[in-house]
Write a protein that binds this ligand. Sequence first.
Ligand code: WT7
Length: 646
Amino acid sequence: MTGGDEAGRATALDDRPAIDPPAWFVEQANVSESSVYDRFEREWPDCWRRAADLLEWHEPPTDVLRGADGLPFEWFPDGTLNASHTCIDRHLPERKNQLALIWEGHVGESRSYTYRELYREVNAVAAALRGKGVEADDVVTIYLPNVPELPVVMLACVRLGVIHNVVFAGFSANALAERLERTGSSLLVTCDGYYRRGSAVAQKNKADNARIAVERDVDVVVLDRLGLDVHLGEGYDDYDRLRAEYDGETVDPVPRDATDTLFRIYTSGTTGQPKAVDHTTGGYLSHVAWTSHAVLDVKPEDTYWCSADIGWITGHSYIVYGPLALGTTTVLYNGTPDHPEKDRIWEIVEEYAVDVFYTAPTAIRAFMKWGERHPASHDLSSLRLLGTVGEPIDEPAWRWYREHIGGGECPVVDTWWQTETGAILLSTLPGVDAMKPGAAGKPLPGIEMGVVDSAGEPVGTGNAGELVVTRPWPGMPQSLRTGEGWGAAAARGEGWHYSPEDGATVDGDGYLTLLGRIDDAINVAGRRFSTMELESAIASVDGVVEAAVVGADHATTGTAVYAYVSPTGTCAEADLQMRIERAVESAIGSVAVPEAVVFTPELPKTRSGKVMRRLLTAVANGEALGDISALRNPEILGELQSATPE
Ligand code: WT7
C-alpha cells in the first residue's frame, strides 16, 4: 500500500516533539542503557540469551538459535523447562508469602493468592487433571471468564505438559464447539455462569450445547462460580469437589523441550476465519518474560495490572506468563470498566496501589468520553508506567492517558504485536527511548522489521507501506517456526520474512506509525488512504469520541469515504460534521473528505474491542451483513443501517 504524497506528509512524525522519559523513571528502569540496541544487533541471535536467562530451566540451553538461515527455526533447541515451575516453584524460596495473584470481581468480591497458595492450587488441579486421564501433549479446552481458576487450570495443564486452549468466555456455543472439534480436545473446564454488568450469563448451557454438537465424548469439569445449582450428569465433574479430593498432592513439573507447544489460541477473527496459533514453551516464555521486563518494566515488588481478558493473547502473555515468570503480583479483574460506576478501574488502581497499568486504546477513548472527573476522584499516584495495545492510539488519546491517568509524568508505551507474534515486537523502551505520541516506536532490540512497497522494496521515510518482520523472533509460533501451513504470510526468497498484514510508515528516527490492517485501506480516486490516518484526523476534533472510516462504492471516484462517528453528545451534529470535514481536509486533503458522516452512539465492535470495519463497509454499501457472531453490540446495526444514506 504505497501512499500518495499527501498521505505520506500527513503521517511523517519527524517534526513532532519527542518526549524524553523522566529521569526518575530512567534511574529505576530495568533496562536503561542506550547501548542495548547496538549490543543486541552485534550479538544477534545470542542476545536473546538475556531473555532466556530470566527463566529457570530444567536443562539450560547451550544454543540460542539453530537454523537461523533456514527452516525450521529452533529457539533454545537443547533447553528443557516447565512453565509452571518457572512461573511458580522457582519463586518459592524467595517469595512464597508474596502475592502472586490479586483477583477482583464485582464490588466487594476479591481473592488473592500468595505464590505458596498458587503452588498448592495448581498442584491439586494438576493432580485432578491427571486423575481425569489427561497426558502430555493432549489439548484441554478452558472456557472460563477472568476468575482465578482460569490461570490455575492453565498452569496445571502446563505442569503436566498438557496444551491448553482457552476459549474466550463470551463466545457462543457454536464457536466453542468448532474449537473443541478442531483441537481434538476431550476435556473441557467451564463454570455454571458468571456476571456481566451485574447480570448472570449461563455459561454451562452454552458448554452443554457445544458438547452435544461435538462428535467425540467430551468430559466437562464445572466450576461453581455463581451457585446456580446446575445439574451435573454423566461425564460432568464438580471443580471444587475434584480439587478438594486432590488437595495437598503435588505433581512433578514435566520437563518440556523448548520447542514443544505450550498452548494453542485462536486469532480473534476481526478479519476472516480464526486460525489456530500454537506457541512454544522456551521461545515464547523467554520473549514474554523479556518484554515484561524491558518494555513493561515489571519488577517482583510491583503490583501490575493488565486489564485484558485472559481469553485473548494479551491476557495469556501479559496477565499470566510474563508477570508470573518475573515473580511479580499480577491483578486479574472480572468485570467491565463502567460497572457499577465509571470509576471502577481507578478504584482498583487506588485500592491495590497499582504500579504498571496496561490497557487498550478503545478503553482509553471510553475513559475520555466519560470525563476526567472519574480518574480525578482517585489517588493514582502509585502508577509508574502506562501501556497500550490492540490498535493504533491516536495522539489526543495518548496525551489524555498520560495526563489524566499518568499525572503528566508516567511514560506511555504503545506496544505493537499480534496473537501470532506471541509477545511485543515494536514499542519504545521506556527507560531508553523518547516517546512520540501517535507513533508506536522502533522494533525492539533484536527484532528486525521494515516497511515495504508492493514490490517488497523499502519505502522512503514518511511513505506508507506494508510492515514486514525480517528475522525470526523467540516468540514466533510453531507454524512460522516450521514453515507449515502459513502460506503467503511467511515467505522465503531473498531471505525469510513474515507479513503481519498491517500498514505503517517510518520516520527519520526509525519510529514506526501503524496505519491499521492493510485490507482496511481505502482507495479514493486512485489514492490510498489508511483508515488510521483518517480516523486520527477525525478523532482530533473536539466533540468526537471515536471514528471508523470505510470505503463505499461511488459512481465517480470508485470509492467514497464514509465516516462513522461516535460523538460526545455535547455539540450540534451539523457543526460537528463541518469541523470533521475541515479537519480531514487540512490533515490529508480534500479528496479524502468523507462523502457521508454518520453519527452513532457506538461503533460495532468485536468482543475483543476492535471495530468491525467489514460490517461498516457492508452497511455503507447496503449489502448483506454476513456472519455477525463475533460482534459484541449487534443491537447497533439496525440503527446504523437506517442512519446511512442510500
Ligand atoms: C492486530 C493484532 C496483540 C494483542 C492484541 C491484539 C493491531 C495491536 C497495536 C498497536 C497499532 C496494533 C494490529 C495487529 N495492533 N497492537 N500498538 N498499534 N495496531 O491481538 O487480535 O492478534 O490483533 O492488532 O493490526 O495486527 P490480535
